[in-house]
Ligand binder design. Structure first.
Ligand code: FEO
Length: 397
């Protein structure tokens, strides 16, 4: 994809990854982009780089604007390999006079690339450098989502280069938020938040507050993945505020795997009970729903209910995978529940409930189990169990 001018003499020069389908466990069904930016000023400056396989795409884009050897400064907002994998080879061609990064960014680059003698220039929150017509202010965003992460803010352009924050994994030919379907854009942004940033929500709240106090004027937010926010920067900031408060709706997910459809029969009856209490509910079979799509839906769901048959004295492997993934992302203030069928031992329900308790979910009623195949009376109990959870959800709203 050719460079695109964001602001006068400031260009997107990144790469579009149409093929990626898995981002360490996150399903990137529509690919991604690795955004990087080039400011043509007295000091020609690159903001971030790209993943290693995109070395030539990136160099080609830079060469459409300038000779890479003329680049003076490189700003590394984040060292994860999707934004720095280009560095060992590409950095040798650019040979920047200075590489600006946070203190943790320098450590991370040394640990990744083992180059002690690169021209690192460590910056911290509040530091400003002059490029010429424009300046760059740095804002450290430690643990959002790595220790090294930081933002670069250009006040003259009212532009925030926000690294992973506000990003989306979505490969497109368009570069700006107003060139795509906004509801799909926010779905991708929500998926990104739910699968990458949810566990850091308390830090996101603090960051939003401190950015507010700094009085930063913004008319564009340029993340390192996906579309650039030029028409809806306020809306994505509002969404981050809402998501990081872990605000939920009267909505329940029933997430399950099943061996011979008995657990599935229970899932449907529990759904009936929830719906009778006016709760919006989704049935998410883990044979057909990816863990990262479940987390997207979980972002605003008050109740997360998990079902599994018992297999080999434990839960089914897809349910174990889902619970491990979800627990790491730390959804808070949720109501939980466990259910499932069994043949003779029936450990799965207790194991699921133990995970939910460890994750500090509110357990409204102990898990519900059925031997082999549910009879009509068992399904009636599942409906009642669903209604009880539904009433608890309503009481919290
Ligand atoms: Fe897009 Fe944390 O890397």
């Amino acid at each position: 994809m050719a460079p695109v001018e964001l602001k006068e003499d400031l260009y997107w020069v990144g790469a579009v990854d149409w093929r990626i389908r898995d981002f360490h466990g996150y399903s990137t069904k529509k690919g991604s982009t690795y955004n990087a930016f080039l400011a043509m000023d007295e000091k020609i400056t690159l903001f971030d780089t790209v993943k290693k396989p995109f070395l030539s795409d990136y160099l080609h884009n830079i060469r459409r604007i300038t000779d890479p050897a003329k680049i003076d400064y490189l700003i590394v907002n984040h060292v994860e390999m999707d934004h720095s994998g280009w560095l060992p080879e590409g950095g040798g061609l650019v040979k920047p006079e200075k590489i600006f990064c946070s203190a943790m960014g320098k450590k991370a680059m040394v640990d990744h690339f083992h180059m002690e003698d690169w021209p690192y220039e460590v910056v911290k929150t509040g530091d400003t450098i002059r490029l010429g017509r424009r300046s760059v202010q740095f804002i450290e965003t430690r643990m959002l989502h790595w220790p090294d992460s930081m933002f670069s803010y250009i006040p003259e352009d009212r532009l925030l280069i926000s690294s992973d924050a506000f990003g989306q994994h979505w490969a497109t030919t368009e570069r700006f938020d107003d060139e795509v379907d906004v509801s799909e854009l926010f779905m991708h942004a929500a998926k990104y938040y739910g699968n990458i940033l949810l566990l850091y929500s308390p830090l996101v709240q603090k960051l939003l507050q401190s950015v507010g106090e700094m009085g930063i004027a913004l008319d564009m937010i340029a993340p390192d993945h996906g579309l650039i926010w030029r028409s809806h920067p306020g809306k994505i900031l509002e969404a981050y505020d809402r998501w990081s408060r872990q605000e939920t709706k009267p909505k329940a997910l029933i997430v399950y795997d099943t061996m011979w459809h008995s657990t599935e029969m229970m899932a449907k009856a529990i759904l009936d009970g929830l719906v009778q209490e006016g709760i919006s509910c989704q049935l998410l079979d883990l044979q057909g729903n990816h863990r990262s799509d479940v987390m997207t839906e979980a972002l605003d769901a008050k109740a997360l209910i998990f079902g599994s048959s018992t297999l080999n004295n434990g839960m089914l492997p897809r349910v174990a995978d889902m619970l491990c993934y979800m627990k790491g992302l730390r959804p808070a203030n949720r109501i939980g529940g466990a259910f499932g069928s069994y043949g003779w031992s029936g450990e799965a329900v207790k194991q699921i409930q133990a995970v939910l308790e460890e994750a500090k979910f509110q357990i409204v009623d102990p898990g519900i189990s059925v031997k082999y195949v549910p009879a009509h009376e068992d399904l009636r109990k599942c409906i009642e169990w669903g209604r009880k959870i539904g009433r608890a959800v309503r009481e919290t709203q």
